[in-house]
Design a protein around this ligand. Structure first.
Ligand code: NAD
Length: 361
């Protein structure tokens, strides 16, 4: 049976890194007869330029008809002055929300070969391997009311709303506990329950849900402390679960622990494991078009797609091992470069992963 993948390259380095991920998938598709078929669509600024919206109906239809979505990144200087309602990021938020992709899984692993690329001391980060689970379709990024209003005194006031219902918290908590069950059975829920009522409810519902998972050790931490602990002693964590905005920020911190944001993949899943797979980084307009972006986060996102949406564990592992082998060959894109290594671009990194796949076939 064929499995259809909607490919949405997006903006900036999006098309460059997606080309490499599709190249890797194409090779495995032929080698393992995976039955993957690809169809491209527009999102973000690229969609705005053609359809005057960052999230065209055709793209939503394509995403709905597909078994999984592979996305590059959206955004860039060119669209920054547009009204917020049609900025590229709205396309991505719209897709997450329309498809109810509420569970964002962000594994952060430090490859031993990249210990020198991390800004932290080797003894603090070596062996670092955590999973951040970020709620993705609720919280302050979606809460209403929102906007900028004019006060009676003539001053403008910006406002957003942090809102979570019990059911939204419960469903992400279940994903987090089940993920922890498959790892080292430790879950830390991150909130700001001392100040925000909404996250006080978060803490209560996560605690209640935890009663169904007695084998998972549950702890709670305030987000400011969690940010500090991630940098102070990151290996204390196994699985973290948190709200949309806190997860956004904490996963960028954990990205730096692994050496580069160009290494971190993600999966955004709905209740039936239909998913969208994308690197956690943005469209990197500062390096777009130069061919120097690191495609490994996107290639590793494709591996997550094979595992979570298509149950192709062997194919996923082959990609992960090939990435490891490519790093062992001492080649590096600029973001993870260190002395003594050979500096290469995105396309050569994609080729190196395919060579490693061939060698291990
Ligand atoms: P960014 O993640 O695009 O870039 C941050 C820094 O990391 C830049 O110096 C960039 O060059 C570098 N970087 C990112 N990915 C890299 C890669 N694969 N290889 C090498 N270096 C890489 O974040 P930003 O600069 O804050 O945002 C740029 C644009 O991306 C904005 O328009 C923002 O809204 C958008 N954005 C999109 C997403 C997404 O599509 N999921 C996520 C974050 C930001």
């Amino acid at each position: 049976m064929t499995k259809k993948i909607a490919v949405l390259p997006g903006d900036g380095i999006g098309p460059e890194i997606i080309t490499e991920a599709v190249k890797v998938l194409d090779y495995l598709n032929a080698d393992m007869d995976l039955g993957l078929v690809f169809e491209n669509g527009l999102i973000g600024g690229a969609a705005y330029d053609v359809h005057a919206t960052p999230f065209p109906q055709q793209t939503l239809d394509l995403a709905r008809q597909s078994d999984a979505i592979l996305l590059g990144a959206v955004g860039g200087y060119k669209w920054e002055s547009l009204d917020i309602s049609v900025r590229p990021e709205k396309g991505l938020l719209g897709l997450r929300s329309e498809l109810q992709l509420f569970a964002n899984l962000r594994p952060a692993i430090l490859y031993p070969q990249l210990v020198d690329a991390s800004t932290l001391k080797p003894e603090v980060v070596s062996g670092f391997d955590i999973m951040i689970i970020r709620e993705l379709t609720g919280g302050i990024y979606f809460g209403q009311p929102r906007g900028v209003r004019l006060l009676e005194n003539g001053e403008k006031q910006g406002y957003n709303t942090l809102v979570y219902s019990e059911s939204e918290i419960r469903r992400i908590a279940h994903v987090a506990f089940q993920t922890a069950q498959k790892r080292n059975r430790r879950l830390c829920s991150v909130d700001k329950a001392n100040v925000l009522e909404c996250t006080e409810l978060w803490r209560q519902v996560v605690t209640e849900t935890g009663k169904q998972y007695p084998e998972v050790e549950l702890s709670h931490m305030y987000v400011d402390n969690a940010a500090m602990q991630l940098v102070r002693a990151p290996k204390q964590f196994d699985v973290l679960v948190t709200t949309n905005m806190f997860g956004d920020i904490l996963s960028d911190i954990s990205a730096m622990l692994t050496g580069s944001i160009g290494m971190l993949p993600s999966a955004s899943l709905d209740a039936n494991n239909k998913g969208m797979y994308e690197p956690i980084h943005g469209s990197a307009p500062d390096i777009a078009g130069k061919g120097i972006a690191n495609p490994l986060a996107t290639i590793l996102s494709a591996a997550m797609m094979l595992r979570y949406s298509f149950n192709q564990n062997e194919a996923a592992e082959r990609i992960e091992q090939a990435v490891n082998a490519a790093l062992n060959a001492n080649i590096r894109t600029a973001d993870i470069y260190s002395d003594g290594m050979q500096k290469i671009g995105a396309s050569a990194m994609g080729d190196a992963v395919i060579s490693a796949l061939k060698e291990r076939a």
